[in-house]
Design a protein around this ligand. Structure first.
Ligand SMILES: [Zn+2]
Length: 282
């Protein structure tokens, strides 16, 4: 299994990629297989520090997970206003999704909806990232100025050269989320096996804002693979308590809370796309 941080030239190219993200199209040729994005069923890690397999120990559980400890591009992070650079020409996030057959699966540490056929893509600086799957974390993993919200939704995409791009959407308690509402009966009746749930339209995923944060990070579960292009929608949306409870009820004991603590920024820039602001600085 390729882990980005084991390859220095790969890491350098990721930094280069990051600094030119707003102007050019260039992505590293680092390889990440879909299996890295699809974490296995077995979950020998936990979110409870007292178990010896909690987030602080992830890097020691498996030699392929060392980057969880040693990496400098780890996620999630706190999105602190003072650290953010407002960039107007980062570009609108282009989504080109279409309805496709999907399955729902209880991975133990989360509930995942996976598209079995082509469900479309997002386009970042001219590069296509194919939609693979989506899943939820509660409470949220990314925080805004230290504030953690009730839920975070991750939509996972992969480019043809193996770069992962994740869209993150955060929620606080309030009105139900319409995308989750359509899936809730399937989630509540989830069994051990992956289950076909018919056509799911990713176009139903609502952002509610064009503003987003962009930074380079990692997967937030082992193997903590780095080089992930993160897009965090700035607007905090709403989800009902019942919806969050349904997600928490089906995962395994000890995974009711499945949010990794925030990681050090390590000097990484955080960009904010704000089409309403003129100029390139805050
Ligand atoms: Zn996730």
């Amino acid at each position: 299994m390729a882990v980005y941080s084991n390859n220095p030239s790969c890491l350098i190219s990721l930094f280069v990629t990051f600094f030119i993200l707003s102007t050019h199209t260039l992505f590293s040729s680092c390889n990440a297989s879909e299996s890295e994005v699809e974490t296995e069923d077995e979950t020998p890690f936990t979110y409870l520090e007292g178990t010896g397999k909690g987030p602080r120990k992830w890097g020691q559980i498996n030699p392929h997970w060392q980057v969880c400890d040693k990496g400098k591009l780890q996620s999630p992070i706190d999105l602190l206003d003072q650290r953010v650079q407002v960039i107007r020409n980062l570009g609108k996030l282009k989504r080109d999704y279409n309805p496709a057959p999907a399955t729902v699966k209880n991975r133990g540490h989360d509930v995942t909806v996976r598209w079995k056929e082509d469900a479309g893509k997002i386009i970042i600086n001219g590069t296509d990232f194919k939609l693979l799957q989506c899943h939820w974390h509660s409470p949220s993993e990314h925080t805004f100025n230290g504030t953690r919200y009730n839920l975070e939704f991750h939509v996972i995409h992969l480019s043809s050269n193996g770069t992962i791009a994740v869209i993150g959407i955060t929620y606080k308690y309030g009105r139900p989320d319409p995308f989750l509402a359509k899936l809730l009966s399937h989630i509540s009746s989830i069994g051990k096996e992956e289950k076909d749930i018919g056509i799911v339209n990713p176009g139903d995923i609502k952002f509610g804002s064009r503003k987003y944060y962009r930074y380079i990070g990692s997967l937030t579960v082992p193997p903590c693979t780095e080089g992930v292009i993160w897009t965090i929608v700035k607007k905090v949306r709403t989800v009902s308590r019942e919806q969050v409870r349904a997600l928490r009820d089906v995962v395994h004991d000890g995974f009711e809370a499945n949010a990794r603590p925030t990681q050090q920024l390590e000097g990484r820039p955080i960009l904010l796309y704000n089409p309403g602001i003129k100029g390139g600085s805050k």
